[in-house]
Design a protein around this ligand. Sequence first.
Ligand SMILES: *[C@@H]1O[C@H](CO)[C@@H](O)[C@H](O)[C@H]1NC(C)=O
Ligand SMILES: *[C@@H]1O[C@H](CO)[C@@H](O)[C@H](O)[C@H]1NC(C)=O
Length: 182
Amino acid sequence: MKPSSLLIFLSILMITIDITKSQSLINSTCKTFSKNDPNINYNFCTTSLQSAPASQCATLQGLGTISIRLVRYNITDTRCHIKQLLKNKKWDPYIRQCLNDCFELYSDAIPSIKQAMKYYNSKRFDDANIQISSIMDASTTCEDGFKERKGVVSPLSKRNKDVFQLSAVALSVLRVIQTRRS
Ligand SMILES: *[C@@H]1O[C@H](CO)[C@@H](O)[C@H](O)[C@H]1NC(C)=O
Ligand SMILES: *[C@@H]1O[C@H](CO)[C@@H](O)[C@H](O)[C@H]1NC(C)=O
């Protein structure tokens, strides 16, 4: 083998090892999470984290950033989606009221997740935890609104569930980082 092709071979090998290592970080982390938290599904966890750019190379610290960012994208998109839904004039008044409440909840969630990211970056994990927990509560409160009247089907079930579970993943990452520090 020529030295140059050896070099290429070695680089490819290193990259492969690197990818395997962080993919197994995602896998092993998600395995622990799903075992310890009934709210987290293993496949949901790995699929979500792997979908993020650069997650293959991320350290645990990086996975924290990624998971908080995923929550942020999800709630931003959900808020926008609710806004679109509210443009439809034909909603039953009860459902419209629920949608309005959800819109407010998700509007408040956006500054919360931004704050959570700031806290995370400055290693104030307890404060970040409080913000993310409030977002989990918001997704539950939104969903429960629809459930209060019989026969009403929430048009936001999947989104609320995604936000809830993504937040649970973010909280689990925080917890692991915190235990490692102490
Ligand atoms: C991680 O899990 C996925 C499926 O969940 C699997 O395809 C992949 O091979 C696993 N990677 C490692 C390094 O264990
Ligand atoms: C929200 O998160 C879920 C789970 O990762 C994903 O399937 C969905 O596409 C996300 N939605 C947006 C708008 O990012």
